[in-house]
Every structure is written in C-alpha cells, then in structure tokens.
Design a protein. Structure first.
Length: 310
C-alpha cells in the first residue's frame, strides 16, 4: 500500500466523515463504471463508505465528496447499514459440515460451530488459542461477554441458547474481554473463555490454524461460521474506520478494520478468517452489512488479549 494514500486517509479522515451519509473511510482499489459494471482500475484510493449513494443532483455542491484529496483520488462505495452482528437477511437452519449441523452440540467441541454466553442468542466459536500455556476459546465480546454486560467466570455454552443450548451444555467460562466503548474509538470486539470439555483444535471444514498473516487488498480469504458455513471472498478494503451499530441503538467507531466481500450473516460473529489456500489466520469476524463483512485484524486481537495461536 502506498504510504501517501495511508497518510492522506489518516490526515483527512475526520474531514471526510463530515460529509452527509458517510459511515466509514478506508483504503481500497478505485473502480470505474463500464457498461453499468464496476471495473477495478488498479489504483489505490481513499474510499468513503456511505449507507446509500445519492444522485449528485440531490446534493448541494458543498455536500459532494471531492474526487481528489491532497493529490490522492477518492472513491465512494455504498455499504448499507453496518451492524454487529452482521445484518440478518436470510433464515438459515445451520449449515451441514459435512454430516452435522454447526448449530448442534459438538463433543469433542470444535471451532466454527455455535456457542455463546447464556444471554446471547448464538455466535461462532472462532478457534482455540493459548494464553499463559492454557487453552482458551476465542470469539467476540458480543458473543461471549454480551457487549460488556457479562462478568468473568460466567458460563459459555455450546451450542448457543438460540440453538437449544442450556446450562448443561457449558464448555467453559468467560476469562477476559476487551470492553467496547461507545465514546471513543475501538480496534477489536473480542473475548476469550476457558475450556472445560474435550476439544479438537480444528476449524470445521478448514483445518488447524498454524500462524498469522497480514491483510492485503485483493487477498483471497475463507471463513467457516455457525450460520453460513464455509464462504470465500476477497479483501476489498483495509485500514478502514467504520461506524458499527450495536443493539439496542448504539454506535461504536472501529479503526484499522478489514472489509471483505459479503461472506456472513447473523450468527457468524466470532468466525476466524483464513488466507485461502493456507492455514494462516487474517482476521476475526464481528460485523457487516448486506454488501460487506468486517473483521478485526487478528494481530490486533492477539496483542489485546495476549494469546498465541494454539
């Protein structure tokens, strides 16, 4: 990524957020419309994300995002409403992988299946990690810690309560989480829990994570989650700062995020993102819209919670 694009994005981020309808600013490949289709130009740009595109005729000249900022081209991309968990669009009943539903009870427990705090409907058990030599479950704050409303020591169940889980399905207890703030910016939505049942260090359908890699625009990626199972896509935007809605009607700002093609639905929160064709982890799924899925950088998550890939 060109350093000048990142520098301009950081310097002018607040200015670009001041335009109407803008819900995020990031870095990606500029596209142009050819025969009503968007075609990548190969040129990096500072990208403004908007809930919906408006015809220029509906905007006053002072409300039109400039095409160039400090010598760097801009682009405007429609995202729809971004929320955590990703906005639910389709009624899923749990994807088979390959002979069992991810919404079922798994013993030994594996990653990529339903889990959650008893007061959370259901999310995804992302993977297993090592903290101070002990195995832990990795997922989101809003999956394991109920958006800051849980206490360390609370039970974690598999499957999640929405999928029929009860107190008899406890697989561990909440160990640590990074609180989500609604007054300042965030970088991660993450939590870990202890493991008290037999487990296989394996993401259903994808394998065992072996390391960490860093996101690049265009990187092919793959994830396995509770709701939509295995989905593939590509990283479209990096270093994104986005507004993310949380229930009931709160908004949090997240910086340094990864945005991919639409790869998820409600219940997939907590899934880990692999670089496709490798066993390297790139990100942790936590939010999205009906057009894109958003991931924390896994290295930010690792540094925040102090773990290693198991």
């Amino acid at each position: 990524m060109a350093d000048d694009v990142l520098k301009v994005k950081e310097e002018y981020e607040d200015y670009l957020f001041s335009f109407p309808n803008v819900v995020g600013v990031g870095i990606g490949e500029k596209v142009k419309t050819v025969n009503k289709k968007e075609v990548p130009t190969g040129e990096q740009a500072v990208v403004c994300f908007v809930k919906s595109k408006k015809p220029l005729a509906m905007l006053g000249i002072e409300k039109v995002i400039p095409k160039v900022v400090a010598g760097v081209k801009t682009d405007v991309v429609e995202t729809g409403i971004i929320s955590a968990p990703p906005k639910k669009r389709v009624k899923w009943v749990g994807v088979y992988s390959p002979n069992r539903k991810r919404t079922e009870k798994w013993r030994p427990v594996e990653a990529g299946v339903s889990c959650g705090h008893p007061k959370v409907s259901a999310g995804t058990l992302g993977t297993f990690v090592s903290r101070k030599g002990e195995p832990h479950i990795l997922s989101n704050n809003h999956v394991l810690a109920n958006v800051n409303n849980a206490e360390v020591g609370d039970p974690i169940i598999q499957p999640g309560i929405y999928d029929g889980g009860t107190s008899t399905d406890e697989i561990g207890t909440l160990k640590d989480f990074k609180p989500i703030t609604f007054t300042e910016s965030n970088t991660v939505d993450c939590a870990i829990a202890t493991v008290s049942v037999p487990y296989d260090n394996y993401v259903v359908g994808l394998g065992k994570p072996e390391g960490i890699t860093y996101p690049n625009i265009g990187m092919k990626v793959i994830k396995g989650g509770r709701t939509t199972g295995i989905t593939r896509g590509a990283i479209r935007y990096i270093d994104a700062t986005v507004e993310v809605g949380y229930p009931p009607q709160k908004t949090a700002i997240f910086k340094n995020q990864i945005m991919t093609d639409d790869m998820a639905d409600g219940g997939d929160s907590g899934s880990i993102l692999f670089e496709d064709g490798t066993e390297n982890v790139v990100g942790l799924l936590f939010a999205g819209s009906d057009k894109f899925t958003i991931f924390n950088k896994i290295d930010d998550v690792r540094k925040t919670l102090g773990f290693d890939i198991l």
